[in-house]
Design a protein around this ligand. Structure first.
Ligand code: AMP
Length: 456
């Protein structure tokens, strides 16, 4: 989780980055930063909080220059502290360098220990800083070769933006876990995690950066390199299910369309006689529409969502999360009372949200509550950048579907099958990472990482 945005060749680069980050706010809400370059030096504003709160006009005015990169952080490795906020900015033998990372490295602790043993001093606990050290220490001549040298030592998920005084570099790991899109805004080039960032600034979508591709954007235009061996594509399926914004197009598909298809498939797999289909807003809305259309059961907005609360899951403390669901959603009694309700959400992690949802529906008089989930049971943690808790906290890893249904106090519970989910992707089904559902991890991780992350 994290959103990244970069722009080259725009007079108001920092303002554009601000808008881009605003539309990528859903990818991370802990901290946000923009670093700009005027061709001679880098300027940075990196703070804790939300994009709209952080970047006053005064702060944006300090970010002069025609190049900028920005980052919204949601921590997966490293605590939620300002020192762990990005972009990372350093001075090394060749000048200044800023780096923004979306994804998670699986061998960062191992490399970090090695680097520290040779005297490297780290200023944060982020896995991303490892990449910076490796680039700075590389004996290769050109920046391209230094980057390739550094990245050939790390494993895991990374979509990266690097900025020097005079160029912008975009990189996607050879598996392509996280998205990275290339756009144009008149003479400027734009790179962003998702295309919704292009829509806001009226940039056109050109293409996605390919897995294993590095693009250099500078006064000569754009140059592309493919220095890494080709691996099996492993696009994160959870970006489709939950994480990306429905108006974005990533991995060659529209996210909203895929979510509706997941809902349709769910309706086919788990038929139910009911009066209304109700989404858990916002994450369940597209799937509920698809379900409703396929099952021919009317769609109703049975919950109203407060728009002034962030994603409940993102709150770091369990106590706040429990409260958060109620803070965020309120059922509409008139819609629900006396009805047999099918309630749709995209996923169940710990079961906290769904249990509250069922209770809220019953409290306003639902006759029956049938929970339908538009993804398979989440049974394994993600090591590639989606924030998931340890296995023992994942309800689907420790409980059968019947036990979970009982815990939720629902009349029935069904998930989408892995097969059904993959069928939607047709001939591209093998291009996706399904580790959180299947336990099949495309990139091996080291025991030390697992221990550090305390994920198993
Ligand atoms: P839980 O209450 O722990 O079962 O969390 C499930 C809710 O969190 C669902 O409504 C999902 O939309 C949402 N969710 C699922 N995965 C994540 C994630 N990695 N980060 C934030 N929210 C999530």
């Amino acid at each position: 989780m994290c959103g990244i945005f970069g722009i080259y060749g725009h007079q108001e680069a920092a303002n554009m980055a601000y808008l881009g980050l605003h539309s990528l706010q859903h990818r991370g809400q802990e901290s946000s930063g923009i670093v700009s370059s005027d061709g001679k030096s880098l300027h940075s504003e990196i703070h804790m909080g939300l994009v709209a709160d952080i970047f006053s006009q005064e702060r944006l005015d300090k970010l002069s220059g025609h190049i900028a990169i920005g980052h919204n952080r949601y921590s997966t490795t490293g605590a939620s502290l300002l020192k762990n906020a990005q972009p990372v900015v350093v001075d090394y033998s060749r000048g200044a360098l800023a780096l923004a990372h979306n994804g998670n490295l699986v061998n960062a602790s191992y490399i970090r220990s090695e680097l520290e043993a040779y005297g490297s001093i780290f200023r944060s606990t982020m896995d991303t800083e490892v990449i910076v050290h490796l680039i700075a220490q590389s004996r290769e001549d050109s920046l391209l070769n230094k980057i390739v040298d550094a990245l050939s030592r790390v494993r895991g998920a990374y979509s990266l933006l690097i900025m020097t005084e005079d160029e912008l570099i975009g990189i996607r790991d050879p598996y392509g876990f996280r998205p990275l899109c290339l756009g144009r805004l008149k003479d400027s080039y734009v790179l962003a995690s998702e295309t919704c960032a292009f829509d806001l600034i009226e940039a056109s979508f050109e293409r996605e950066i390919e897995p294993g591709e590095i693009v250099f954007i500078n006064s000569k235009g754009i140059q592309t390199y493919k220095p890494f061996p080709v691996f099996k594509k492993s696009y994160c399926i959870f970006e489709f299910i939950y994480f990306a914004r429905p108006d974005s197009n990533i991995f060659g598909e529209n996210v909203n369309f895929i979510r509706q298809e997941l809902g349709r498939q769910l309706a086919i797999e788990s038929k139910i006689d009911a009066d209304i289909v109700v989404p858990v807003p916002d994450s369940g809305v597209p799937a509920a529409l698809g379900f409703s259309q396929e099952a021919k059961i009317p769609f109703e907005m049975g919950f109203i969502r407060s728009h002034y609360v962030g994603r409940t899951f993102i709150e770091p403390q369990q106590a706040i999360r429990h409260f958060g669901v109620k803070l965020k959603l309120n059922p509409v009694k008139k819609v629900i009372e006396g009805k047999r309700v099918v309630v749709i959400d995209d996923s169940i992690v710990r079961g906290t949200t769904s249990r509250k949802i069922v209770k809220m529906l019953r409290d306003v008089g639902a006759k029956e509550v049938h929970v339908r989930i538009s993804s398979p049971p989440t049974t394994y943690p993600c090591f590639y950048g989606i924030d998931t808790p340890t296995r023992k906290e994942l309800i689907a890893a420790t409980h059968t579907i019947e036990e979970t249904c009982k815990y939720l106090t629902a009349d029935s519970l069904s998930y989408l099958s892995i097969e059904g989910m993959l069928n939607i992707l047709k001939d591209r089904r093998d291009d996706f990472c399904t580790a959180c559902f299947s336990g099949v991890y495309p990139v091996e991780f080291d025991g030390i990482e697992v221990m550090q992350l305390e994920l198993f």
